[in-house]
Design a protein around this ligand. Structure first.
Ligand SMILES: Nc1ncnc2c1ncn2[C@@H]1O[C@H](COP(=O)(O)OP(=O)(O)OP(=O)(O)O)[C@@H](O)[C@H]1O
Ligand SMILES: [Mg+2]
Length: 328
């Protein structure tokens, strides 16, 4: 079966004070129907930019697709009009943002906002849309959903707002649900509850999920495959269980060795990715024709500084962009 989404050699450029930089550089991946694909990597590596590109929401004026394709249902979204992209966002691909207040409207009640999506998407009557909105709030485990539907966003706690946001994202029954660090603004207990909720919803909906997170425990629990991003490039891609137990890219290895217990104790702990020594290069250096991880890498050789690594494909489906992937 053809994948639900196919991203081919995508290059996204941003115009910055220092010139034009490839914030996403030659990114290719597929997403299958119903699967969960996770994106990990340090801050500034291009995870959100990838999500925004899929939604057709790149930063206005300064961001653009320079080359490559985003094929969804035989349609290349990089060529789609704004009107068509709005339609896709209302029906096929929806996103849960890190900070729910940015996407909830403060002047409408939660119930009204969810009902509005249902009316637009399913053509429901006012009363039917309201009833379904209450059902959705119940599905995301907001207590007393009938009463809470009449609350404004500011009357809810952070965790409840995030649940309401998830309910809204699910209202259009999307084929793809993108969750961009859905829990970073929340405290640890609530984070765990939101991941539990997403895990349950995963079983109930047929939507494919793109999960962007720093929480390796959540990746191990929820995702079938993962992409490790570094400086706008894909460092490693493949099945989660393989990557966690046998990382092939030194960057992945660094991220994972910071949390050794995830392998033996995947579900008990929710460890964060702790940063590897050193920092991600600045955006103006993203396009350079070398390994961008070289200056932080324990395995670095002259070749890494001289040319960009080619992809190494392993028989278990893992792909690592590293000159030394076979030695790891
Ligand atoms: N609107 C913008 N204008 C200029 N530069 C931007 C803009 N949005 C993102 N960038 C830059 O693009 C790069 C990639 O950013 P992106 O938000 O995709 O990172 P990320 O992987 O999502 O990081 P985080 O884990 O912190 O969310 C960063 O260098 C960031 O500074
Ligand atoms: Mg981000």
């Amino acid at each position: 079966m053809a994948p639900l989404l196919e991203v081919e050699n995508l290059r996204i450029e941003l115009t910055t004070r220092d010139g034009i930089a490839p914030v996403i550089d030659d990114l290719s991946f597929t997403l299958n129907a119903g699967e969960t694909l996770s994106f990990v990597g340090e801050s500034g590596c291009g995870k959100s930019m990838t999500a925004l590109a899929l939604m057709g929401l790149l930063p206005d004026k300064i961001g653009r697709v320079a080359s490559g394709k985003i094929i969804f249902n035989n349609e290349d979204l990089t060529q789609a009009s704004d009107a068509r992209l709005r339609e896709i966002r209302g029906n096929d691909i929806s996103m849960i943002f890190q900070e729910p207040m940015t996407s909830l409207n403060p002047v409408f009640t939660i119930g009204e906002q969810i009902a509005e999506v249902l009316r637009a998407h399913q053509g429901l009557s006012r009363a039917a849309a309201w009833a379904k909105a209450v059902e959705l709030l119940d599905a995301v485990r907001i207590p007393n959903p009938k009463g809470r539907a009449s609350d404004y966003p500011f009357q809810m706690s952070g965790g409840q707002r995030q649940r309401a946001m998830i309910a809204m994202a699910l209202a259009c029954e999307p084929k793809i649900l993108i969750a961009d660090e859905p829990t970073t603004a929340l405290d640890v207990t609530v984070q765990a509850q939101i991941f539990d909720l997403l895990t349950d919803l995963r079983r109930q909906t047929s939507a494919a999920i793109i999960l962007i997170t720093h929480d390796m425990g959540a990746v191990a629990e929820m995702a079938e495959r993962m992409i490790v991003m570094y400086a706008g490039r894909k460092a490693e891609f493949g099945p989660v269980d393989q990557i966690i137990t046998h990382p092939r890219h030194p960057y992945t290895k660094g991220l994972i060795s910071c949390v050794p217990h995830i392998v033996s104790d995947m579900t008990e702990e929710r460890p964060d990715l702790i940063e590897v020594p050193g920092i991600v290069p600045s955006l103006k250096d993203f396009g350079q024709d070398r390994c961008l991880f070289a200056s932080r890498c324990a395995y670095v050789t002259d070749k890494c500084q001289a040319s960009r690594p080619s992809k190494k494909l392993f028989s278990n489906g893992q792909i690592a962009d590293c000159w030394h992937a076979e030695d790891l």
